[in-house]
Design a protein around this ligand. Sequence first.
Ligand SMILES: Nc1ncnc2c1ncn2[C@@H]1O[C@H](COP(=O)(O)OP(=O)(O)OP(=O)(O)O)[C@@H](O)[C@H]1O
Ligand SMILES: [Mg+2]
Length: 345
Amino acid sequence: MADIQLRSISKRFGDTVVIPGLDLTIPDGKVTVLLGPSGCGKSTLLRMIAGLETPSGGEVLVGGRVVNEVPPSDRGCALVFQNYALYPHKTVRQNLAFPLRMAKVGAAEQQRRVEEIAQMLELTPLLERYPRQLSGGQRQRVAMGRAMIRRPEVFLFDEPLSNLDLELRVRLRLEIARLQRQLKSTAVYVTHDQTEAMTLADQIVVLRKGHIEQVGAPLDLYRRPANLFVAGFIGTPRMNFLPAQALPMIPGAPAGAGEVRTVGFRPEHACLGEAGPGQVGLTLLDCETQAVEHLGDRAFCYLRSSLGELVVLAPEGEARLSGTVRLAVDVAALHLFDAHDVAQR
Ligand SMILES: Nc1ncnc2c1ncn2[C@@H]1O[C@H](COP(=O)(O)OP(=O)(O)OP(=O)(O)O)[C@@H](O)[C@H]1O
Ligand SMILES: [Mg+2]
């Protein structure tokens, strides 16, 4: 068992409080993604788990054991960073074998493990090359292999894909998901990319300014965001927000919505054209189409209304750039945010 627990963990740098104090359980054998905007404390949190940063307060437990005083090398955690540093004068094979050599693993076993991991990461044909003879993605896979080869109980990833081009990022993202299912190790994955989080995570922890905004499975966060911040951060294009003054225009909007300051709906929860008979919907007149993003079968229509800018997912055939359109919103799918949420944002 290698679950990770953070108990009242906090971090200050001088007078700057980066993490005021948070509690979090990272379950064994699952991928937990720490998601949040730049500077919210993701790397700091990860580095405290790894032992590269000393907490200002609180405890880190790995597998039920307090590891605050345990050096990084003895925590059973392997780290993969954005800026992977391979040994330039060692071949891929030697780079992969290095952690085993340090751990004084026998030569035959070293060779067996290197070949096993190379196969897993599709590096077998590249084993005799030097890092300078590899593409960025290949180098990143070697870095992952080097972290994995000691079979750590816990993987810590800090934006490992952010230096790569989009295509490679998507491919390696799926690769990591596949490897994780195979290895069943505990993984903590830091990213500010919500798509990456939605693809990889069993559990997403949304962070903002060192605070946890919400913890949950990807679809839970998408369907039931706890506040405006999470609602706006999860989902691309992001959720549409309207001021609460729009509420009286929504037939069937929930009663007792007095505290509501903002209403939100996802692009897929509205349609262009008149609301059909019997369909409860909000019809916003005079939406101007600003732009259309064609997906092939569907399209995102970027609209301007008197209440603000909106995005709607429509069948390709209905997406047109010209003129005024009407918008019908599925009232049942509305999210309501209160004054507290708005202040938080
Ligand atoms: N050694 C340090 N000294 C002072 N401040 C620091 C130090 N390390 C980090 N910080 C500050 O702590 C905050 C959180 O940094 P951190 O690196 O954890 O953010 P992050 O969420 O990983 O951001 P990014 O997505 O940009 O990598 C930032 O405001 C940063 O400036
Ligand atoms: Mg970071």
